[in-house]
Design a protein around this ligand. Structure first.
Ligand SMILES: Nc1nc2c(ncn2[C@@H]2O[C@H](COP(=O)(O)OP(=O)(O)OP(=O)(O)O)[C@@H](O)[C@H]2O)c(=O)[nH]1
Ligand SMILES: [Mg+2]
Length: 273
């Protein structure tokens, strides 16, 4: 009780100490208001307009800067050929004999095929995220800044990997960081140097079928789990990539032999000079 009494006294003292400040502040405020009244209204409007304009320009620059990301993320199952592709795009050589990656490869460079080009070429920030399931959480570090995602699929060993690849792609296409920013996705059918490789049309159809099946099983789970980010496709319609929030396109490549023009085109479309 005594403590409360003491506090009251202390507060009263503070209030008294602040009293002169209050009047001083009021005086200043009055002076400012008077000053403003003296300024012709046109000048005042002009000042406000300039202030608004600069704020808008600064905001616009910020948005533009964020939109102009130059990061392209290579992802996909282990063994699909991401690292070979990464080296091919960077050096124009496959560095034969890559082993399964334990760490992401990351670099900012002008694409090898563009080093001979004249004029301004914007460097690309390329990230190759390992496909091993334990390293996949690494992907989340890079997705928020991605201008495009290249999902690499092994077109040779496609059928045994179809389900796993579809699950991984499903996870990516339902992530909030990917959907909200509408990051474009390239489904890249790799290893087409071999005649036994499946065509991109076949791969697209098979993966659509697989995702259609996944959709049913996943939505049953997510009914209880609210944390699931998004759902895919249109309810009660057979799934196709065209229904995705994100633009999904399909292309072919062979990292090993350097047939990478379609990936390069995708990269250039989304990382503009
Ligand atoms: N025929 C053929 N083989 C390829 C091609 N690209 C990669 N490979 C082979 O596929 C295997 C895997 O390639 P990597 O680039 O290491 O695969 P990755 O996707 O980086 O795998 P992780 O690092 O484990 O995620 C290697 O033996 C490559 O030689 C290609 O275009 N054609
Ligand atoms: Mg690798």
């Amino acid at each position: 009780m005594e403590g409360a009494e003491q506090w009251k006294i202390q507060l009263e003292q503070w209030k008294k100490q602040l009293e002169p400040w209050k009047t001083q502040l009021e005086q200043w405020l009055n002076q400012v208001i008077e000053h403003i009244h003296q300024i012709p209204p046109t000048q005042l409007y002009a000042a406000v307009a300039v202030l608004l304009f600069t704020t808008l320009v600064l905001l616009f620059i910020r948005v533009l800067k964020r939109a102009k990301s130059n990061t392209i993320v290579l992802t996909g199952l282990t063994g699909s050929g991401k690292t070979v592709l990464y080296y091919q795009l960077r050096d124009g050589s496959s560095h034969q004999g890559t082993v399964t990656s334990m760490e992401p490869n990351e670099g900012t460079f002008v694409l090898h095929s563009e080093t001979v080009k004249e004029g301004k070429v914007k460097p690309v920030h390329l990230v190759d995220v390992p496909g091993h399931s334990r390293l996949r959480p690494k992907l989340d570090e890079f997705l928020p800044q991605a201008a495009g995602i290249v999902f690499v699929v092994d077109a040779l060993e496609f059928l045994p990997n179809c389900r796993a690849a579809s699950e991984y792609l499903y996870d990516i296409l339902t992530k909030a960081s990917v959907v909200n920013k509408k990051i474009p996705v390239l489904l890249l059918c790799n290893k087409t140097d071999k005649v036994t490789a499946h065509t991109k049309e076949f791969i697209r159809k098979q993966m659509e079928k697989e995702i259609d099946k996944l959709r049913a099983s996943r939505s049953a789970i997510s009914a209880a789990d609210i944390s699931s980010d998004f759902t895919l496709g249109v309810p009660d319609e057979v799934f196709s990539f065209s229904q995705c929030h994100n633009k999904v396109t399909v292309a072919e490549a062979s990292g090993l032999t350097g047939e990478t023009s379609q990936v390069e085109q995708f990269i250039r479309e989304h990382v503009r000079p």
